[in-house]
Design a protein around this ligand. Structure first.
Ligand SMILES: Nc1ncnc2c1ncn2[C@@H]1O[C@H](COP(=O)(O)OP(=O)(O)OP(=O)(O)O)[C@@H](O)[C@H]1O
Length: 830
């Protein structure tokens, strides 16, 4: 009992003595419950009063900052715990949010932004809100010039750096405005970096102090310092994880900004994703493997830029802080010596840095090639299996893999020598120098005074050594980042190429890769003439499809002088009914005739393979240019025109419903109030309703599959007709849309198009389709063409001529049968 009382008494004494030793406050006579209040008041007084002891004031500042940080850490922890508790309680009280019928949904806001609710985690009822801000066309128009004139208006050759200039342009995408969320994150990151350095400085001093306390046997001071050590551990650990989190968050935010910027240009009505193939950089690895560039390169670039920022900012802040502190201890000469050492090391390492930027870029290319080949293999597995092409595919895929491995090894191999040099210099030489520099003040002090004050010397040495090592570490990290910068240069270059090609293709005056002549205008600036290459005229919202004097030319670097498939093509659907002589000829002079546009007119385009039939569809769909100046294309509004390509297309991983309504999205379908009943009716019309009668019934519409593999060739083509029936466009262009369909079904489907009074242009090689059409455009391989009105005398005469020719051939049948019988007899003898 007596012992307990003594221990309690000692503890009380310690509690009173500790604050007295630490900040000079006398707590004798103060009630125990008021300790905290009195101590805080005293601390505040110490901080505000410059006349107090320096030691006490500094300690008061440290305790205040530590308390603030600890309070912030505790508040965020408690806040998070309360939030989790409330959400759980709410879920328990009100039950889970009801399951939505759709997997995802979206709402268009007044300013054009979209809010999407996308399921996340395993549980489909948990939906994440995603805001997609509206696209600013002005911003893209403005940025286009930055990319177009990149490197052309250098102010000074000496200070010009391609890497910095590229990074400067890309940074506008990463941090669009000063008040952006990313700028705030950057400021926070810098704050925590400064905090971290300040804490390291404090820890170094505390470390020295503790060693001094131990050597001098001052147990009270030792206890006080140990308490400070534990207190400082709170903010120190919080700071480090905050830096890591902010770096990751910033990298993800950069990635979101950059990817959205790219998607906005890549996927919009200007069809950059298609036109890219004609760009003069289309064969470069960045564009050839654009899927890899958009997904992998963007990620790597964002990670690299954030880690380089942290890797440079951290040591730079350390260097500034530590050197200011060390200057007091080591003197200016010591600090200058350290920095001279840094510069020499930096220069040596830079000289020996391998070309990592180029190597990293090559490795990225190899990764893209290998990945793409596998993708191609999966997409064409059936075809390859039919051809028994395994051997050649395996050789190719192995070759690509070996090349990738070589590239990966090459990067590591060139790093080996560099790493040896780096380790030797940074780890060992620098620490040896650190010891030497740290001992300078002690040696000088001992020498000059002749007294060897061991515990003070020990404290100074420990502090100096720790700071020197931290300084060496900071310098080391700075030197390491030379390597990171080299890698970042490679990624920046790839992203810059991607963005500049996208801007070029997205431009209104895209020249489809034609070589642009450059001249100088009167002001001495380069004047580009790319707008002079595509000179045809386009008229939209026309009540029909009209081509006038259009030269069909394959887009290439030769521009209008490229391969010409068809000369001066002119036609109009619905056709022009002429007043007067009524002669239909091959060169329609539309202006002189009166156009009659009735519904349900049709035209058949016939011609041998490679004559340019599909190219006409490409011109109508505006994906190929009209080079000649007098060429005029008039097309209906986009909602009235539907082009069916030769190769049926099915969206990946979509439901059967999504295949029928393509290019409408499922969200739009439901939002517009469509019902599955209508789809069933349409499927009945194109004779595909038997699919719904299979075991799945109506659920078949919701089934998700790889529809391009599941459906047969004929079924795939009939889905195209279902799409036409669903969208009900006024004008349809069909490219070989029935070549996998049986003759009776073909007859039925064309009858359907007629019944619903669609205007259609059919591209085919089957003259038998003539009977469903009003006009026939016959294209020859030499670029000439002939337009016939299928109801005219001329056509009837040509058909009669054909019948006469066939009858003449039939007259020889008796002779051929005689020859056949003779041959059979000869064969029987053998
Ligand atoms: N992107 C391109 N680059 C180079 N040449 C092309 C390109 N696209 C098409 N061609 C060429 O243009 C020519 C016409 O192609 P198009 O697809 O219009 O032929 P088509 O008459 O529809 O043939 P088919 O009846 O076989 O479908 C072909 O010789 C083709 O090789």
């Amino acid at each position: 009992m007596a012992e307990t009382t003594i221990t309690a008494q000692r503890l009380k004494e310690l509690l009173v003595r500790l604050p007295h030793e630490c900040i000079g406050i006398d707590l004798r006579g103060v009630a125990r419950g008021k300790y905290a209040k009195v101590i805080l008041k005293h601390l505040w007084w110490l901080v505000r009063n410059p006349d107090t002891s320096l030691n006490h004031r500094k300690r008061a500042q440290i305790i205040f900052i530590t308390l603030a940080f600890s309070a912030a850490s505790a508040a965020s922890g408690v806040g998070y715990a309360i939030y989790t508790l409330i959400s759980r309680l709410r879920a328990r009280t009100f039950g889970r949010t009801p399951v939505m019928r759709r997997t995802r949904s979206q709402v268009m806001l007044e300013n054009g932004a979209r809010v999407m609710y996308v399921p996340y985690e395993e549980n489909a009822t948990n939906k994440k809100r995603i805001l997609i801000s509206p696209k600013s066309d002005d911003m893209y128009e403005h940025d286009k010039f930055l990319f177009k004139y990149f490197g052309k208006n250098k102010i000074s050759q000496v200070f010009y750096s391609k890497f910095i200039s590229q990074l400067n342009i890309i940074s506008r995408i990463l941090v669009p405005k000063v008040t952006d969320q990313n700028s705030i994150l950057l400021i926070f990151q810098i704050f925590f970096l400064v905090m971290r350095t300040w804490l390291s400085l404090f820890v170094a001093r505390l470390d020295g102090q503790i060693v001094k306390d131990i050597i001098s046997g001052n147990s009270r001071k030792f206890l006080v310092d140990l308490l400070c050590w534990f207190l400082i551990a709170f903010p120190a650990s919080y700071t480090n994880s905050a830096i890591k989190y902010l770096q990751r968050k910033l990298s993800l935010n950069f990635r979101i900004n950059l990817t959205r910027y790219i998607h906005d240009m890549y996927l919009d009505k200007r069809l950059a994703f298609y036109k890219l193939t004609f760009d003069n950089q289309a064969s470069s690895s960045v564009i050839a493997n654009i899927d890899n560039s958009i997904t992998n390169d963007v990620t790597k670039f964002c990670d690299a830029i954030c880690s380089v920022f942290a890797n440079i900012a951290k040591p730079v802040i350390d260097l500034v802080f530590f050197s200011v502190y060390l200057r007091d201890n080591l003197g200016t000469v010591g600090i200058v010596g350290i920095f001279v050492n840094y510069f020499i090391t930096g220069y040596t390492l830079k000289r020996w840095t391998p070309p990592l930027g180029r190597l990293v870029s090559q490795r990225s290319t190899a990764e893209g090639d290998y990945y793409n080949y596998h993708l191609n293999l999966i997409n064409n597995n059936e075809e390859i299996a039919f051809y028994h092409g395994t051997k050649v595919e395996r050789t190719k895929v192995n070759a690509l893999y070996d090349h990738l491995m070589d590239q990966m090894l090459l990067v590591d191999r060139v790093k080996v020598n560099y790493n040896i040099l780096e380790d030797y210099v940074l780890k060992y030489t620098w620490s040896a120098l650190g010891y030497a520099f740290a001992s300078i003040p002690i040696v000088i002090a001992t020498f000059s005074s002749g007294v060897n004050n061991e515990d003070v010397n020990m404290r100074e040495f420990i502090v100096n050594k720790r700071l020197m090592l931290s300084l060496a570490d900071a310098g080391g990290r700075l030197m390491h980042s030379i390597k990171d910068i080299a890698q970042l240069t490679g990624y920046t270059n790839r992203i810059f190429i991607l963005l500049s090609v996208l801007h070029r293709v997205h431009s209104n005056v895209y020249n489809y890769g034609a070589t642009v002549e450059e001249g100088e205008d009167s002001s001495g600036h380069n004047s580009l003439t790319s707008s002079d290459i595509v000179r045809g005229t386009l008229q939209r919202n026309f009540n029909g499809i009209r081509l006038e004097n259009i030269d069909v030319v394959i887009p290439s670097k030769y521009g209008k002088d490229g391969t010409r498939l068809i000369n001066k093509l002119s036609f109009q659907v619905p056709p022009v009914i002429t007043l007067g002589n009524g002669n239909s000829d091959s060169n329609l002079n539309i202006n002189k005739k009166l156009a009659f546009q009735g519904p349900g007119s049709s035209m058949l385009i016939l011609g041998p393979n490679g004559s340019g039939k599909t190219s006409i569809q490409r011109i109508i769909a505006e994906i190929w240019p009209i080079y000649n100046k007098n060429g005029l294309l008039s097309i209906p509004p986009a909602s009235d025109l539907f082009c069916v390509p030769q190769k049926p297309y099915f969206i990946q991983g979509g439901t059967f419903r999504e295949q029928i309504i393509y290019p409408m999205s499922a969200d739009q379908y439901f939002d517009m109030g469509y019902r599955d009943k209508e789809l069933t009716h349409i499927l009945g019309e194109v004779k595909l309703d038997y699919l719904l009668k299979r075991d799945k019934g109506w659920r078949y519409l919701d089934a998700v599959a790889e529809w391009k593999d599941v459906l047969s060739g004929g079924e795939r083509q009939r889905i195209n007709f279902a799409r036409i029936m669903f969208h009900k466009p006024r004008f349809v262009v069909l490219d070989e849309a029935t070549n996998a369909i049986s003759a009776d079904m073909e007859d039925y489907l064309f009858g359907l198009l007629k019944r619903y009074r669609f205007n259609f242009i059919t591209i085919s090689q089957r003259p038998s389709l003539i009977k469903y059409h009003d006009l026939a455009l016959d294209i020859s391989t030499d670029g000439t063409w002939r337009l016939q009105n299928l109801g005219t005398d001329e056509v009837i005469t040509s058909i009669e001529k054909e019948i006469e020719m066939l009858e003449n051939k039939l007259k020889n049948v008796n002779v051929w049968e005689g020859e056949r019988a003779a041959l059979m007899r000869k064969l029987a003898h053998i």
